[in-house]
Design a protein around this ligand. Structure first.
Ligand code: FMN
Length: 457
């Protein structure tokens, strides 16, 4: 199979201001155990940041709103996957995998875009032009086409969280997200961060304040609807209330099932606890000043549109965006953002991906290898004729191919031209348009904030 080359063009959409909510930032509880000097320092940092935000606008303002985002997924949403995702959808918001704050701090000498070589005052106005993607910086670097992109950080040590955010700031991420949803025993058990932090909202508020004080980007929290027996709607509201009133956090991504820390695997924790979308829509009703993105079990653009019609500010999809990138991401720009179809075909996507892949291959000695770079492509032909044969050929080719070009030459013969050359077309895969139809009747009783206000006063 021969690939025809065309240039990689990245067109960023027009400016659209959507993060309009002013910060409602109360220091009361957060600062109660800090020294007076530290309190004054912090309050001055936050007020400077507000002025900066008001003046230059947040990075996120140059893109269409995050109506649709691809979830952070460890080992999956790496630079290679995001490159593929961006070739298919121009408007989807892309999350990185979670990076532990400790990793960023301990690896700071391997970060090749350092503060020293980066003039932040220049960067604020010419972010993309100044940025050079360094593939050897495998922790924080990303190519400019990947905007809008959100960095997810995990951690439980405020100093490391602060330092990691400061180190990440010059890279120009469009938002910094804090992980309060990961149930993996490595993270929530021994590491004691991730979803376990939902039990300590005051700490999360401190972490979010520290993150906000060290970045120019907006900040957000990704969490579950509860943990173990702490799964009532009121407890979820207490978490949201405390974090939002004690820190500048205005955006929450809600994975709408609780986490069980009883030893089930992370994968089981994404299927066994039931989804409770009514909690998500309860939050929309009870916290009208905040922004909420719904996540969990949503699989098609129809379902995304149904969630948004029911009021969600944004919708995040994880596994389906990975397992069926063409059918899902290929429809995001047209069916969700209303943009004209780019008409791109999978052959064109692969041509561009080949240029990228061969340019990053072996950058780090023996890594990334052909398998690493090809991994996100393995689901590009989901349910298409030739898919099975292509995967068998890929397995064989991994043994000896030394370039993405030779890998494609050897394997893509399995895929019919009609598949490679068709743009996304035809009827949408059936979605459950009525997924949120009954949610109104299931809403929990409204949250009573007065008790929390007394506690936080
Ligand atoms: C392989 C894998 C890795 C994940 N890693 C992360 C992570 O690093 N951070 C996070 O917040 N969520 C992580 N998640 C959870 C997803 O972001 C998402 O919340 C979850 O898959 C539910 O969405 P979905 O039903 O659309 O897949 C991961 C999920 C998967 C499948």
């Amino acid at each position: 199979m021969k690939l025809r080359y065309s240039s990689v063009v990245s067109v960023l959409p027009a400016h659209d201001i959507f993060w309009k909510n002013p910060c409602r930032f109360s220091f009361n509880l957060f600062c109660s155990n800090l020294s007076r000097r530290r309190r004054i320092q912090l309050s001055s940092i936050v007020s400077q940041k507000r002025q900066v935000s008001a003046k230059v606008g947040m990075g996120a303002e140059q893109y269409l709103p995050p109506w649709f985002s691809v979830a952070p997924m460890m080992d999956w949403t790496d630079h290679h996957y995001r490159t593929l995702a961006r070739l298919i959808s121009k408007h989807a918001w892309l999350y990185t995998e979670m990076l532990a704050a400790e990793t960023i701090v301990y690896q700071q000498h391997n970060l090749h875009l350092s503060m020293r070589v980066f003039d932040r005052s220049v960067w604020k106005t010419t972010r993309v032009e100044k940025f050079v993607y360094n593939a050897q910086d495998r922790f924080l670097a990303f190519s400019p086409e990947q905007h809008p992109i959100i960095l997810q950080i995990g951690g439980n040590n405020l100093d490391n969280i602060a330092k990691a955010t400061e180190l990440a700031n010059p890279y120009g991420y469009d938002e910094i997200n804090f992980n309060c949803g990961c149930p993996s025993p490595k993270v929530a058990g021994h590491g004691c961060f991730g979803v376990r932090l939902m039990l300590d909202p005051k700490f999360v508020a401190k972490a979010m304040s520290v993150i906000a004080a060290n970045t120019d980007a907006p900040v957000s929290v990704k969490c579950r609807i509860g943990v173990d027996d702490h799964d009532s709607y009121n407890e979820l509201c207490d978490f949201i209330y405390k974090v939002s009133s004690l820190s500048p956090t205005r955006h929450f991504i809600i994975h709408s099932r609780k986490a069980l820390l009883n030893g089930i695997s992370p994968a089981e924790n994404r299927t066994i606890p039931p989804l409770k979308y009514e909690y998500f829509y309860g939050l929309l009703r009870d916290f009208p000043d905040l922004r909420f993105t719904i996540n969990g079990g949503i699989n098609t653009v129809d379902e995304v549109n149904a969630a948004r019609k029911a009021g969600a500010h944004g919708v995040m999809i994880g596994r389906t965006a990975y397992y069926n990138p063409w059918q899902l991401l290929g429809r995001v720009d047209t069916a969700i953002y209303g943009a004209p179809s780019s008409g791109i075909t999978r052959r064109q996507v692969l041509e561009k991906y080949q240029i990228y892949g061969d340019s990053v291959l072996w950058r780090d000695g023996c890594k990334p290898n052909v398998r690493d770079v090809v991994k996100p492509l393995l689901h590009l032909f989901h349910s298409e004729p030739g898919n099975g044969l292509w995967k068998r050929k890929a397995d064989a080719a991994f043994q000896h191919c030394m370039s993405i070009k030779s890998f494609f030459e050897e394997t893509l013969v399995a895929i019919p031209d009609s598949v490679l050359d068709s743009p996304i077309a035809g009827p949408l895969p059936p979605g459950r348009e009525d997924l949120f139809a009954n949610v109104e009747s299931l809403l929990p009783p409204p949250y009573d904030q007065s008790e929390q206000e007394l506690l936080c006063a």
